[in-house]
Design a protein around this ligand. Structure first.
Ligand SMILES: [Mg+2]
Length: 128
């Protein structure tokens, strides 16, 4: 499986990438904002999963979500939004085409159960 993690926080990208690699994803791309992510997604195999931060400079999660959902080639890609904002954002993200929404801070267990809920068969049990 292949994924992309998009967050302006180096730490969040590293933590999520490490978790996904340990959970059975063979390739995990990273983007530090929406524009960077779109460049990473040019050509190549389409990831099954994108984990997107909501608040990012240059091109934020809302704009990236809209761009991804407007790209027919990426139609089957699950999108998990990460946000620290209130519930209104969750509704907006889901309305914008996000598959799931996860509030920060989150544990590996929470991310794991959310990914399983949306249909990913992860290779290792969650650890907290
Ligand atoms: Mg951010």
């Amino acid at each position: 499986m292949k994924a992309i993690v998009v967050d302006d926080s180096n730490v969040i990208r590293m933590v999520v990438r490490k978790f996904l690699l340990a959970s059975g994803f063979a390739t995990v791309l990273e983007g530090k904002n929406g524009r960077d992510a779109l460049a990473q997604l040019e050509g190549g195999e389409v990831p099954q999963l994108a984990v997107l931060d909501w608040n990012m400079p240059v091109m934020d999660g809302a704009e990236l979500l809209a761009a991804l959902r407007a790209t027919p080639a990426l139609e089957g890609m699950a999108i998990v939004m990460l946000t620290t904002e209130a519930d209104g954002i969750r509704a907006a993200a889901l309305a914008g085409g996000a598959t799931a929404c996860l509030a920060k801070p989150f544990t590996a267990e929470k991310l794991s159960s959310e990914l399983r809920r949306i249909g990913f068969a992860l290779s290792s049990p969650a650890t907290t």
